[in-house]
Ligand binder design. Structure first.
Ligand SMILES: Nc1ncnc2c1ncn2[C@@H]1O[C@H](COP(=O)(O)OP(=O)(O)OP(=O)(O)O)[C@@H](O)[C@H]1O
Ligand SMILES: [Mg+2]
Length: 453
């Protein structure tokens, strides 16, 4: 049910309009002057305002301006007995959606209200769609694996709250990207997201960077400095590499998390800042607690929610998608024509174990684009470490479903592995057997079986 606020200094009109609108299924609020109307607007969820033009305290136009600026861009319909063309034009220019003359016709007024409400609904729907579109367009987290879908789902669940979040994951997995996305998914998205790399500062520098300082707090503090915690008020503070956060400062940070309060270095006054803290680390904080280098109370406060960013090797389904994305990005940047990845190169990319995760994948593709003159990225454009490693794993090329049975495929794989082990051991059987983890007699049996002798 839509809520309509009627503002008129003539009691009779209020009565007539209330009855008419209530009979048509609207919930009606009445105010005899603009000040009373403003109070109603603050307390109730009003969908449309029907206002007289000439009123004692404030003209209908001024009232409309105030509401639209201070409260919400609500649809307004102005009614008056003294219409002139200029006031009508002015009302519309200031955002009124329609204009009605007293005495008005009941059907006409209902029609005008209905039209204005429909328009308003369309506009807010449009706005919502635009916001959704903007969200999809800017989401930079690429991936279709279950692991990444699970992470994205968790992010959507936790982003709206003010709760602190701890993002854990190996180096290069995308922790910073996750932090940025969390900020964008939160109601704080229009305020600042301030990032601090805790490993990049010495202890006292980090303190004044985060908490700010007063003039004269230490030698060289020539003026007051506003810290990043204050700068991020209303927004998000991203503490990257929290594992490097100096132990003596940890208690001060804990206090911010608990009470939202802190003091500038050298300051007496308590400062309040409404900041959401997101921290990231690739270190094992629990181990650090055991070693006495990380406070357990801070840890428990930070990890109210922990998000694990999976390493790339645990979501190798995402590699082709990410590789193609980076390939095209770098090709565009370097003006190259390369646009696809050969099956062999893709296999090498998918089987490598990626200790540097997505950052390493990015670098490999960037380098590959530089070496590639054609349209297709080939294994020869990839670093040798990748190819060498893959050599050992990419031999089960016998596709399943070509009439071969599982034992046949497994035998082919086994034969291939044995050949490779022998090559690497330069034909020394004892060494090959050791690297395969089987006994020498077992190796000899297999060599005979596969006619490798
Ligand atoms: N899912 C993803 N889709 C697309 N690009 C990604 C994705 N995850 C990470 N990246 C990119 O990979 C690079 C490394 O990501 P990021 O810096 O967020 O990692 P990190 O976990 O913070 O690493 P470190 O621990 O070394 O600081 C960035 O350039 C980032 O844009
Ligand atoms: Mg990082």
């Amino acid at each position: 049910m839509d809520n309509i606020l009627v503002v008129d200094d003539e009691k009779n009109y209020l009565l007539v309009l209330r009855q008419l609108l209530e009979n048509s299924g609207y919930r009606v609020f009445c105010a005899a002057n603009p000040n009373a109307a403003l109070k109603v607007l603050e307390q109730e969820q009003i969908d449309l305002v029907l206002s007289d033009l000439k009123m004692p305290q404030m003209s209908g136009l001024d009232f409309m301006r105030r509401v639209r600026e201070e409260i919400a861009p609500l649809p307004f319909i102005i009614i008056t007995a003294f219409a002139t063309v200029t006031t009508a034009i002015e009302a519309m220019k200031n955002g009124a959606c329609d204009y009605l003359l007293k005495p008005f016709d009941n059907d006409e007024i209902l029609l005008v209200i209905d039209k204005a409400l429909k328009l308003q609904r369309l506009q807010s729907q449009n706005q919502m769609l635009r916001r959704q579109l903007a969200h999809n367009k800017h989401s930079q987290i690429v991936g279709e694996s279950n692991a990444i879908k699970h992470l994205l789902h968790q992010m959507q669940q936790v982003a709206p709250a003010r709760t602190s979040i701890l993002i854990c994951g190996e180096s290069g997995t995308g922790k910073e990207l996750v932090a940025q996305e969390l900020h964008r998914l939160s109601p704080r998205r229009d305020n600042a997201m301030v990032s601090v790399n805790c490993a990049a500062f010495a202890e006292n520098l980090l303190e004044s960077e985060l908490f700010g300082h007063e003039r004269g707090a230490f030698t060289g503090a020539t003026g007051r400095k506003i810290g990043l915690l204050e700068a991020a008020n209303g927004g998000t503070l991203f503490l990257d590499e929290i594992g490097e956060f100096p132990l003596p400062l940890q208690a001060k940070l804990l206090r911010v998390l608990q009470d939202k309060r802190f003091r500038r270095v050298g300051g007496v006054a308590e400062i309040e800042s409404d900041v959401r803290i997101i921290a990231a680390t690739n270190r094992d904080l629990e181990q650090m607690i055991d070693a006495g280098t990380f406070r357990d109370d801070l840890y428990y406060r930070l990890n109210v929610v922990t998000l694990q960013v999976p390493p790339l090797r645990q979501r190798s389904e995402d590699i082709p998608l990410l590789a193609l994305l980076f390939l095209r990005r770098y090709a565009r940047e370097c003006g190259r024509t390369v646009d696809s990845i050969s099956a062999e190169a893709l296999q090498a990319l998918c089987t490598y174990h990626w200790p540097g995760n997505i950052r390493e994948l990015q670098n490999v593709l960037e380098r590959g684009v530089l070496f590639c003159d054609g349209d297709e990225l080939l294994p020869s454009h990839l670093p040798l470490t990748l190819i060498d490693e893959t050599d050992g794993v990419d031999m089960p090329t016998i596709p399943v479903g070509n009439g071969k049975t599982l034992p046949e495929i497994l035998e082919a794989v086994e034969k291939n592995l044995i050949e490779q082990a022998l090559r690497q051991a330069a034909g020394v059987q004892a060494q090959a057997a050791a690297s395969l983890g089987i006994s020498r007699s077992n190796l000899q049996y297999k060599l005979k079986k596969y006619s490798l002798l």
